[in-house]
Design a protein around this ligand. Structure first.
Ligand code: CA
Ligand code: CA
Length: 139
């Protein structure tokens, strides 16, 4: 983990860089898809969401304060958001569009002021920051 300064444009530029964004999504997707069937099952996605501490970042609650049942319901709800056609699994396109939505929501929440955030290695936000660094060096 590292502390990075991030603002909305860092995230938007990352999302607008279609090639880089797609590549990042595909790499992450294949990591999460542990049985490599091209789809994310509930168990596969829940494990990933747990790791990303999505509950804490998106709902502002500490996962530890919830019962197992409550946590289960939150994850079911999140999974349903990813699974647009409700067929019980999340494909690459569904994953990509939902990650885009979540990151846009974060960008909108940030506004114009850069903020300090603790970022997980390999997380999409971290990738956004790293991408910008590379772009700045090149230009
Ligand atoms: Ca799978
Ligand atoms: Ca689906």
């Amino acid at each position: 983990m590292s502390v990075e300064v991030i603002d909305a444009s860092t995230i938007r530029n990352f999302l607008n860089d279609e090639q880089f964004f797609t590549k990042s999504i595909e790499e992450r997707f294949s990591t999460i898809d542990s049985n490599h069937d091209g789809r994310l099952s509930y168990a596969e996605l829940a494990k990933e969401l747990e790791k990303l501490r999505v509950i804490e970042t998106h709902f502002g609650v500490d996962g530890d304060g919830l019962t197992k049942h409550e946590l289960g319901q939150l994850y079911q709800g999140l999974f349903a958001r990813f699974d647009h056609d409700a067929n019980g699994s999340v494909d690459l396109e569904e994953y990509k569009s939902e990650v885009r939505e979540m990151m846009l929501a974060i960008a909108n929440g940030l506004g114009f002021l850069p903020v300090q955030m603790v970022l997980e290695e390999g997380s999409f936000l971290k990738l956004a920051v790293e991408r910008e660094r590379v772009v700045k060096v090149e230009t």
